[in-house]
Design a protein around this ligand. Structure first.
Ligand SMILES: *Cc1c(COP(=O)(O)O)cnc(C)c1O
Length: 364
């Protein structure tokens, strides 16, 4: 049995007519940049996430970076980020001229450890950027308490967590603003790059919109220099078709994760855990094993594709050599980076496929 890590084409086939129609309509109207579909997506996504302002943009890295810029964070400032994430999280901080300050993970949940945040705060700290990694929400209640105590801004990196909740409240609605990615493989994915900022802060949303549109306030009135970070019409049209399905796809991911968890009980791998009150959306289903290389090879031989997210924690990346970190600074990240393994996870994954993957893991 061949089981891909993700299967974007399988999902396309379930909504083919609507997608093909939306693409044809965009081409018929030549609404490639801006236009009704982009506005519609901003409205629909704002309703979905429950925040009053959504600014669509080119990708999730831009949305992080523009939020930092719009908050006036730059040279001389520090921003606290988790030790394991996709590089965009820390890269966005460096891109605006500030310094990412890494904090180790909370054991079991793969999200930033709130108990270690205060020790990382200095007079230069301006913001905390938690990541709801793998779709499991960070401990936002604890993080918000620390942020309020120290007067820090909070940007939630929701690139992997569309629709995740804590006690029924959506991830992205706890901090000052949320950053979303709609990269094709994300839980809500376009057919190319796409992203968005979501916030209840009207001034912040306006500032991001201005930065994303070359600093213009009204045509040819550049009140500052900005950049080009537009969501294009084709991607917006595709996202408008897909957004109404997100709830059912999320439901399927949660169901698939529950089946993995049930069937993998008693095996030697460490299973993902859920913090009390949290509802993860399983962007990834990540197990841990001391024997990762051998398990991954055996699964590969059995036709099961896996991946590692991410094999090197951020502080240990060559680009952060200058920070002079050692593994002793981030013991949890240092251990997990060598043990984590992402197994196939997507809404269209069949029960038979899940059973096959589990059987192969148990045999290995
Ligand atoms: C995907 C991702 C991003 C960046 O999104 P892009 O749209 O690829 O720029 C940022 N943070 C995290 C945690 C991600 O997984």
């Amino acid at each position: 049995m061949q089981i891909p890590f993700v299967d974007l084409y399988a999902q396309y086939l379930t909504i083919k007519d609507e997608i093909d129609g939306a693409i044809a309509k965009t081409i018929h109207e030549s609404s490639y940049i801006g236009g009704a579909a982009v506005k519609q997506f901003e409205t629909l996504f704002s309703e979905y996430i429950g925040l009053s302002h959504v600014v669509a943009c080119a990708n999730g890295t831009d949305s992080l970076e523009m939020l930092l810029q719009a908050m006036g964070i730059g040279a001389g400032d520090e921003v606290i980020v988790p030790a394991i994430s996709w590089i965009s999280t820390s890269e966005a901080v460096s891109s605006v001229g500030a310094r990412p300050v890494f904090v180790d993970l909370e054991p079991n949940y793969y999200t930033i450890n709130p108990a270690l945040i205060e020790a990382a705060i200095t007079p230069r700290t301006k913001a905390i950027m938690p990541v709801h990694l793998y779709g499991h929400p960070a401990d936002m209640e604890a993080i918000m308490q620390i942020a309020q105590k120290h007067g820090l801004r909070v940007i939630e990196d929701c690139a992997q967590s569309h629709g995740a909740t804590i006690n029924g409240k959506k991830a992205g609605t706890f901090g000052d603003a949320a950053s979303f990615s709609f990269y094709p493989g994300k839980n809500l994915g376009a057919y190319g790059d796409a992203g968005a900022v979501a916030t209840n802060d009207e001034e912040l949303a306006k500032a991001v919109r201005r930065i994303a549109n070359h600093g213009q306030e009204g045509k040819h009135n550049h009140v500052s220099e900005g950049r080009n970070s537009r969501l294009d019409g084709l991607q917006a049209a595709i996202l408008n078709v897909k957004l109404p399905y997100l709830a059912s796809w999320t439901h399927a991911r949660i169901r698939n994760a529950a089946l993995y968890t049930e069937l993998l009980q008693g095996s030697e791998v460490v299973l993902p855990q859920t913090r009390e009150g949290a509802q993860p959306v399983y962007h990834l289903y990540v197990i841990r094993t001391k024997d990762r290389a051998s398990l991954q090879a055996k699964l590969k031989a059995a036709g099961v594709d896996t991946a590692v997210h991410y094999p090197t924690a951020l502080p240990f990346m060559p680009c952060y050599n200058g920070h002079g970190h050692t593994k002793a600074d981030f013991p949890v990240a240092a251990q997990y980076q060598d043990e984590i393994l992402s197994i196939p996870m997507y809404a269209e994954l069949t029960d038979a496929a899940i059973r096959y993957v589990v059987e192969q893991i148990k045999q290995a």
